[in-house]
Design a protein around this ligand. Structure first.
Ligand code: NAD
Ligand code: LMR
Length: 339
C-alpha cells in the first residue's frame, strides 16, 4: 500500500517525518544476483532507502563494478560488492534482509515453470548459504518460479534446522503494482490512491487480483473486470514479449522489490500497520503456501490476513488456481528433498 516517492511525506524515502535516518537502527540488506537486470536497479533503489545502513551486493561476477558505481551516491548506506561463491559468507553475515533476484529470466514462449530446472538449483544453494551465514534474516524471494522457489527455500531451511515461517516471503508485489496501474487507467482514478489486493501465487492464473475490493470504488462492468484480471495475470508475459528475447520485467520489478523490502524494514523497525501482499506459509486456504495480505512486524510476518469477501468471479478464480499452485508447491518440495 506504499509507494517509493510518495506525495505523503510520512511514507516517503526522501522525507520521513518523525523517523529520520539518524534515528533509524542499523540494518544490513544483501542482494543476491545484484549484477543482473533486476539486481542493478534494485541496488540503486535500496541505496536510496535511508533505512538501510549496509548494502551488500553479491553475484557470481560483475558486482565490484556495480558496487563501486552505486557506492558514490551520497546516501546513508555503506556499499560492498562480493563476487564468487567464496565471498558469499561475507556478503550474508549480519544481514537483516536478503533479497534474491538470482537466476535466469523467461524468453518469449516460456512459462515461469520452464525456469525451474536452472533456478531451483541456484535458489537451493543460495538458501543453504543463508542458513549458514544469516539464519535469522528475512528472505525476499524474487527468483522464478516463485510458486516453487519459496517451498524449496522452506525445505532447505527445515533441513538446516533454521526454518522460521515468519521470515520467508515470495515477492508478489509486482502483481499488486500492475493491478493498481491497470485499475487506475480503467477506473479513471488517481493511481496514487489505488489499493488492490492480489492473492494466490505468482504465475498465470495463480495470480488472482481482487478487484471487488479495489479502492477507490469504481463499479466497473464485469467484462472490464475480466479484462483487467487477465491483463494482471499476463503482465509478465506482456513484458517478456515486448522485450523479444532480452529477458523479462527488470525495472518495474526493481521498483516492486524495493517497495516490499522497505515494508519489511519498516516492520522490523516497529512501524505499526505495515501491510503488503506476499506469498507465505499460510492457512488461509488448504494450500501450505499462498499469497495474501500480510502484516509485517519486528519478527517478519506478524499476521497472515484472510481473503475478505470475494465476488463469484473471484471465487471461481480461486478454485481454478488451486490445482496448479498445489502442484508447483509440491514440485519445489520434492526437488529440495531429492538430492
Ligand atoms: P538476469 O539474468 O538479468 O540476472 C540474474 C542474475 O543472477 C545474473 O547477474 C546472474 O549472474 C545472477 N546469478 C545466477 N546464478 C547465481 C548464483 N548462483 N548466485 C548469485 N547470482 C547468480 O535476470 P533478471 O531479469 O534479473 O531476473 C532474475 C530472476 O527474477 C528470474 O528468475 C526472473 O524470472 C525473476 N523475476 C521475478 C519477478 C517476480 O515478480 N517475482 C519479476 C521479474 C523477474
Ligand atoms: C513478472 O511477473 O514480470 C516476472 O515473474 C517475470 C516473468 O517471467 O514474467
Amino acid at each position: 500500500s506504499s509507494t517509493l516517492f510518495d506525495a505523503q511525506p510520512s511514507s516517503s524515502y526522501v522525507v520521513r517525518r518523525g523517523f529520520s535516518s539518524e534515528s533509524a537502527p542499523e540494518r544490513k540488506v544483501a542482494i543476491l544476483g545484484a549484477a543482473g537486470g533486476i539486481g542493478q536497479p534494485l541496488a540503486l533503489l535500496m541505496k536510496l532507502n535511508p533505512l538501510v545502513s549496509k548494502l551488500a551486493l553479491y553475484d557470481i561476477a560483475g558486482t565490484p563494478g556495480v558496487a563501486a558505481d552505486v557506492s558514490h551516491i551520497n546516501t546513508r548506506s555503506e556499499v560492498s560488492g562480493y563476487a564468487g561463491e567464496e565471498q558469499i559468507g561475507q556478503a550474508l553475515e549480519g544481514a537483516d534482509i536478503v533479497i534474491i533476484p538470482a537466476g535466469v529470466p523467461r524468453k518469449p514462449g516460456m512459462t515461469r515453470d520452464d525456469l525451474f530446472n536452472i533456478n531451483a538449483g541456484i535458489v537451493k544453494s543460495l538458501c543453504t548459504a543463508i542458513s549458514k551465514y544469516c539464519p535469522h534474516a528475512l528472505v525476499n524471494m524474487i527468483s522464478n518460479p516463485v510458486n516453487s522457489t519459496v517451498p524449496i527455500a522452506s525445505e532447505v531451511f527445515k533441513k538446516a534446522g533454521t526454518y522460521d515461517e515468519k521470515k520467508l516471503f515470495g515477492v508478489t508485489t509486482l502483481d499488486v503494482v500492475r493491478a493498481k496501474t491497470f485499475y487506475a487507467g480503467k477506473a479513471k482514478v488517481n493511481v496514487a490512491d489505488v489499493n488492490v489486493p492480489v492473492v494466490g501465487g505468482h504465475a498465470g492464473i495463480t495470480i488472482l487480483p481482487l478487484f471487488s475490493q479495489a479502492t477507490p470504488k469504481a463499479n466497473l462492468p464485469d467484462d472490464e473486470i475480466k479484462a483487467l484480471t487477465k491483463r494482471t495475470q499476463d503482465g509478465g508475459t506482456e513484458v517478456v514479449e515486448a522485450k523479444a528475447g532480452k529477458g523479462s520485467a527488470t525495472l518495474s520489478m526493481a521498483y516492486a522489490g524495493a517497495i516490499f523490502a522497505d515494508a519489511c524494514l519498516k516492520g522490523l523497525n516497529g512501524v505499526p500497520d505495515v501491510v503488503e501482499c506476499s506469498f507465505v506459509q499460510s492457512s488461509v486456504t488448504e494450500l501450505p503456501f499462498f499469497a495474501s495480505k500480510v502484516k509485517l512486524g519486528k519478527n517478519g510476518v506478524e499476521e497472515v490476513l484472510g481473503l475478505g469477501p470475494l465476488s463469484d468471479f473471484e471465487k471461481e478464480g480461486l478454485e481454478a488456481l488451486k490445482p496448479e499452485l498445489k502442484s508447483s508447491i509440491e514440485k519445489g518440495i520434492k526437488f529440495a528433498n531429492q538430492s
